[in-house]
Design a protein around this ligand. Structure first.
Ligand code: T5A
Length: 219
């Protein structure tokens, strides 16, 4: 069995990650590849329970370190239970958010020490790294408008001050500046078809780079 790879779709709140990931899933299937679609926080039964705690808007009192460690705990479980087995089986894992989100939100926006945040990320990742982060970059004002249009209640993170979400956005751009080979920044204010087309271009390049070692057929 060949070795798979992992793409992360991340970025500003409401930028269109869920929508773009659906298109990536269809694209991978159309190329005969096995896709595992997942998300953070979440992705496993334990991770989904942690997600409920993290995003519940009724507990704004959560302290910053508890928040960091809960994201880390969910990720550790996600990597061991779901991501590594899928990669070993030659599948393509596509995750809605991953470790870059912790640096953006808990360090750049929340202000937690970068060394501490990296330490929690490293503990959770256990030496693993995703192959590419596709970042949907959007002014959080526009992102929140899109979320409002869906008519859903805002989660605990979305109820943070706008300045917090702006800092998280800048955090992604800064990470991309520091590690350009790990990030593709896409302007998510454009029409969806253009954003999807660019995202699929990134996916095709990764498939090419992996030289068709991935598992094919139904999962
Ligand atoms: N977090 C996460 C941390 O703080 N630390 C961490 O370590 C991690 C992993 C997770 C929250 O937790 C934080 C970050 C987050 O605040 P989430 O569910 O990932 O929560 O967060 P959201 O970004 O809020 O997810 P959403 O589901 O709300 O947004 P999406 O998936 O980005 O957007 P999507 O696809 O649902 O699109 C939103 C709407 O816009 C439309 C869509 O049709 C939809 O109605 N749309 C467009 N409209 C116009 N033009 C386009 N280009 C469009 N693209 C989509």
């Amino acid at each position: 069995m060949g070795k798979g790879f992992m793409i992360v779709c991340d970025g500003s709140n409401g930028a269109g990650k869920t929508t773009v990931i659906k298109a990536i899933e269809e694209h991978l299937k159309s190329r005969g590849l096995q896709a595992v679609i997942t998300r953070e926080p979440g992705g496993t039964p334990i991770g989904e329970k942690i997600r409920d705690i993290l995003l519940c808007p009724d507990t704004p009192e959560m302290c910053d370190v508890a928040e960091l460690m809960l994201f880390g705990a969910a990720r550790a479980q996600h990597v061991q239970e779901k991501i590594l087995p899928a990669i070993r089986a030659g599948k393509v894992v596509v995750s809605d958010r991953f470790d870059a989100a912790t640096l953006s939100f808990q360090h750049y926006a929340r202000g937690l020490d970068i060394g501490l945040v990296k330490q929690i990320n490293e503990l959770a990742l256990d030496g693993f790294r995703p192959d590419m982060n596709i970042i949907l970059d959007l002014d959080p004002v526009l992102g929140l408008e899109r979320v409002h249009q869906r008519g859903e209640r805002l989660d605990r993170m979305e109820t943070q001050k706008l300045e917090f979400l702006q800092k998280a956005r800048q955090g992604y751009l800064e990470q991309a500046r520091l590690s350009p080979s790990m990030f593709s920044i896409l302007d998510a204010s454009r029409p969806l078809a253009e954003v999807v087309s660019d995202a699929l271009g990134v996916v095709d390049e990764l498939i090419r780079r992996h030289g068709g070692q991935m598992a094919v057929g139904t999962p």
